[in-house]
Design a protein around this ligand. Structure first.
Ligand code: MG
Length: 386
């Protein structure tokens, strides 16, 4: 890596950011690049992989037969990246690492979002289940065919560790109980030199989690309104929405419903980002954090204030009841579940015909896992039409 690259980071990043010059490198060592830093290369590898491109034909919450306005998994990913980089720049973090982690965060989503995930999880019960965050690691470590010498993208340890932590957190949430949660610790030994007892990931990974939450809380409401799953008035019962709506009314009058809705969504995101930055700066200065390593030993520092966290929970409960459990979506979910199970049953006897990377999985982890890896890589449309 050129000296001017390191010089640039030392000028713009805070001491608690991850520095490219201090990277722990890749599991397969590679020479450094003449003008790109390690996390820039990670970002480029993710953007150019086929699993990333397929996000354009994977649903976020709404399928493409419902309309043409709403987010796909790809546009959601780009929105998360945008919010995360904005927050990361304000906090003087490593933007290249943030961008790599944000672009990576949903790459393991199978077709049909959480329904696809739950269905594969059920089908892989004996194999330890299916988790989209864990799947992202499988893609970048052993599935993506990109280089002649190996499968996977050979990303930097910091990028893998950020996603590993995300996977562990979601496995803990799914396990629910403290007893089973204790079994899922981040596999820090794979990343060498990290402390054994890690309480949180780097701030660059924490910011991606926060940006994901800010994005889907706001955009799921936006999409649900556009598609007619919700009415504007219903959201006025939610304090976060009510406050943004109030500010929009004070600023403009005579807006159409659509203009009003867009302005409220902008304000919602702005409100959450402002709160996030204020609360995070306060925690960073209270703990007197002086390095990225120190961050790992502290509870998560980056996140909303207590008041904002409660307001976000209120909005999320509302979206859960009124949107995600909407009869139209519930009915669709049943069909999707049946379709994925049908495709799984049809293709299982032919699993030996899948390409080399799946043959490796077949040999070491069995037919169910190999087929789930393959199905997870397909688009919504492909699963419908296969
Ligand atoms: Mg996401």
């Amino acid at each position: 890596m050129p000296p001017e690259f390191q010089d640039r980071e030392s000028h713009i990043q805070a001491p608690y950011a991850v520095f490219s010059g201090a990277t722990l490198g890749r599991l397969r060592p590679e020479p450094t690049h003449s003008y790109r830093g390690p996390f820039q290369r990670d970002r480029d590898r993710i953007i150019h992989c086929s699993a990333f491109r397929r996000l354009s034909e994977k649903m976020q919450v709404f399928t493409n037969d419902l309309g043409h306005y709403h987010r796909t998994r790809l546009t959601h990913t780009l929105e998360v990246t945008s919010v995360a980089r904005t927050c990361g720049r304000a906090l003087r973090l490593n933007e290249d690492l943030i961008e790599a982690l944000a672009l990576l965060h949903d790459i393991g989503h199978p077709p049909f979002g959480h329904t696809g995930e739950e269905t594969l999880n059920g089908l892989l019960e004996k194999e330890g289940g299916f988790n989209h965050n864990r799947q992202a690691l499988r893609i970048v470590e052993k599935l993506e065919p990109r280089y002649p010498e190996f499968f996977g993208l050979n990303l930097s340890r910091e990028t893998l560790f950020g996603q590993e932590y995300r996977a562990v957190q979601s496995e803990r949430r799914r396990a629910g109980t403290a007893a089973s949660a204790a079994k899922t610790e981040p596999q820090t030994e794979r990343y060498e030199h990290y402390p054994r007892a890690v309480l949180s990931p780097f701030l660059e990974a924490q910011v991606v989690d926060a940006a994901d939450s800010i994005s889907y809380d706001s955009h799921d409401a936006d999409d649900a309104l556009e598609l007619g799953f919700l009415e504007l008035d219903e959201l006025l019962t939610i304090s976060l929405w009510r406050r943004s709506a109030q500010r929009v009314r004070e600023r403009w009058s005579g807006l159409t419903d659509k203009e009003f809705r867009r302005a409220v969504i902008h304000d919602l995101i702005n409100d959450q980002v402002n709160d996030l930055l204020t609360a995070t700066r306060e925690r960073i200065s209270r703990h007197d954090v002086e390095s990225a390593e120190a961050v790992l030993g502290l509870p998560p520092l980056l996140g909303p204030s207590q008041a904002m966290a409660e307001e976000k929970s209120e909005l999320e409960r509302f979206l859960f009841e009124r949107v995600y459990r909407h009869p139209k979506l519930t009915e669709q979910r049943e069909k999707i579940r049946g379709r994925i199970e049908e495709v799984f049953g049809l293709l299982l006897p032919q699993v030996e015909r899948l390409s080399t990377q799946y043959q490796n999985v077949l040999a070491h982890e069995g037919a169910n896992r190999a087929l789930a890896d393959w199905i997870a890589d397909q688009t919504d449309r492909f699963v419908r039409e296969v």
